[in-house]
Design a protein around this ligand. Structure first.
Ligand code: OAD
Length: 248
């Protein structure tokens, strides 16, 4: 079926059911200039996550991990929401969307105006001290501090308030995500490869509870052939731009 027709059908479903929950990944922020993690332009091509993204590595060698963080956040801290973030925020305002469950840490959903955002992997707009738990806004000035910014109270390395590999996901966020997946009628997966667990499990749960799965992705993901009812193939910004014309 051609894409335009599929988008119209999805818009009709959303209009009928107005109980949508979105589940977003790095792909939604690519058009804001933030590279995804996997694929040829991905962060993990440049920095092996085994070497840079585990909490054990940060604890042993924060200076090394801050090299990767500086690279990542020099882009993320100045990025602006794109059409996909903005349309999702509008969908919430107009009563179509209950919440967004995101794996992203870039804060762009909130900046776009979304109110109900469940952050499974934390929030990269803040830095936290692992020793005294002091939490401060992550400012661009922090990126200039070599070898890494430290806590003003105890002088220990500050870490972006995001989930590293080897750290548990915030329990409250995970519980909220499952409750939303259970109660929605349409589960809208946007720009995620669906390979990082436990987050990647949530769409399966939504499907098992009866949700229709709509997926927006530039390429087929691990969900496409197993789970997806409507696959909208393309750039998230372009797909949401078209979708918004049928919705609002
Ligand atoms: P990935 O980098 O694994 O996947 C990004 C997905 O976005 C891929 O399926 C791409 O095809 C798709 N994509 C790329 N550009 C797009 C565009 N313009 N429009 C729509 N889709 C596009 O990112 P995530 O699935 O978010 O976790 O990765 C999950 C987790 O792995 C991250 O939260 C992070 C990472 O390791 C932690 O750091 C704990």
């Amino acid at each position: 079926m051609d894409l335009e027709k599929l988008i119209r059908e999805v818009a009709e479903e959303i209009n009928k059911n107005k109980e949508v929950v979105a589940f977003t990944g790095a792909g939604i922020s690519v058009e804001s200039g933030i590279p995804a993690f996997r694929g040829s332009q991905g962060l993990w091509e440049k920095y092996d996550p085994e070497e840079y993204a585990y909490i054990s590595v940060f604890l042993r060698n924060p200076a090394k991990v801050w090299k990767m963080l500086r690279d990542m956040f020099s882009i993320a801290l100045q990025a602006k929401p794109n059409t996909a973030h903005l349309v999702l925020a509008e969908m919430e305002k107009k009563g179509y969307l209950k919440a967004i469950i995101t794996q992203n840490v870039d804060g762009l959903h909130q900046e776009a105006g979304s109110q109900k955002v469940i952050e499974l992997h934390g929030n990269g707009r803040f830095l936290v001290c692992l020793s005294c738990h002091n939490r401060v806004p992550f400012l661009r000035e922090h990126l200039e501090i070599e070898p890494y910014p430290v806590c003003q109270t105890c002088q220990k390395a500050l870490k972006p308030d995001v989930v590293f590999f080897g750290e548990p996901l915030p329990e409250e966020a995970l519980n909220s995500a499952y409750a939303l997946a259970k109660s929605c009628k349409i589960f809208l997966i946007v720009g995620t490869s669906g390979v990082v667990y436990p987050a990647a499990q949530i769409p399966y749960y939504a499907k098992s509870k009866g949700a229709t799965i709509v997926e927006v992705n530039l390429w087929e993901s691990s969900y496409t052939y197993k789970l997806t009812d409507f696959f909208l193939k393309g750039k998230a910004g372009e797909i949401f731009d078209k979708l918004s014309k049928y919705l609002f």
